[in-house]
Ligand binder design. Structure first.
Ligand code: BG6
Length: 277
């Protein structure tokens, strides 16, 4: 299934460098840098403007994980976002687009608050910058968790490693969410891994993504990092993924998830992620 071109926003800075955003969820589907796709999008992803898109960079808000009030990972990734700035050149020569999501009748039915999410996507020469902000437009404070659920494209998950996690505590979702300590300099993945690393370094290197290349994630105000790959059996059980795809993806997700953000009435929370090749 391919997305409908009418649902897409394309940022193009020439030299075969583009970023494509789907308005459903403001999901970045693709970041091509000098001809090379850096982001994993499942060949079985469904583009029905209802289901969350399997791959890319889904935006998780207002709840990471299962949510007693609504869909898992919240409603932002399955809501239609509005474009408030079409792709436009910045003074620095980058290409930037801005999307927003505000509360609606359907969001208030699940979560009765007034808010404005702003997502600014900037395609720079060698990097993709995603700035995320939440403004509380309600007359009372609210709590939320949020995360950018980035799926990286890799040649072979068996050779990938992630830095910046040594010595940290993590909740292992594969082991009932129990807390463990990471003692490895770099984290490798050889099985179903689903971990919420708490209070991580602001930079992670993902090594051996494509042709031995390293990608860097730099984050600000996203204190936690989730590392996820469902591995063979779980991937096989996901109709929009399939067992053939798990070796070609790794999710390294910057978020504020191990504790909620408490946002006062009228206040704005800002967080940001930069992917650098
Ligand atoms: C990860 C979670 O962030 O997302 C996993 O830690 C979850 O537990 C995964 O399985 C995918 O979630 P979903 O809802 O897109 O299938």
């Amino acid at each position: 299934m391919s997305p409908n071109p009418k649902d897409l926003l394309v940022l193009d800075r020439g030299h075969n460098t583009t970023c494509t955003i789907h308005l459903h969820g403001a999901t970045v589907l693709s970041w091509i840098l000098k001809g090379e796709e850096k982001i994993f999008l499942s060949p079985k992803a469904v583009f029905d403007n209802k289901k969350a898109i399997r791959g890319g960079i889904p935006v998780v808000f207002p709840c990471f994980g299962p949510w007693e009030l609504g869909p898992a990972h919240g409603f932002a990734r399955i809501s239609r976002w509005e474009v408030i700035q079409e792709p436009k050149k910045t003074e620095a020569g980058d290409i930037r687009a801005i999307l927003v999501l505000t509360d609606s009748e359907s969001s208030r039915k699940l979560w009765n608050y007034s808010f404005r999410l702003t997502y600014t996507v900037t395609l720079a020469e060698n990097s993709l910058v995603t700035d995320f902000s939440v403004t509380n437009k309600s007359s009372e404070s609210f709590d939320f968790t949020c995360l950018l659920h980035t799926y990286f494209r890799v040649d072979d998950i068996n050779t990938v490693s992630v830095s910046g996690l040594k010595g940290l505590k993590y909740a292992d979702k594969v082991r009932d969410g129990n807390l463990f300590s990471e003692d490895r300099e770099v984290v490798t993945i050889r099985e179903n891994v689903d971990r919420v690393y708490i209070a991580t370094e602001n930079t992670h290197l993902i090594s051996n993504t494509l042709d031995g290349k390293t990608l860097t994630i730099s984050k600000s105000n996203f204190p936690d990092t989730v590392v996820w790959n469902p591995w063979k059996a779980k991937a096989a059980a996901m109709p929009d993924l399939g067992e053939e795809s798990y070796p070609n993806m790794v999710c390294v997700e910057a978020g504020h998830v191990s504790s909620p953000v408490n946002l006062s009435a009228g206040a704005t929370y800002n967080a940001s992620q930069t992917l650098q090749a």
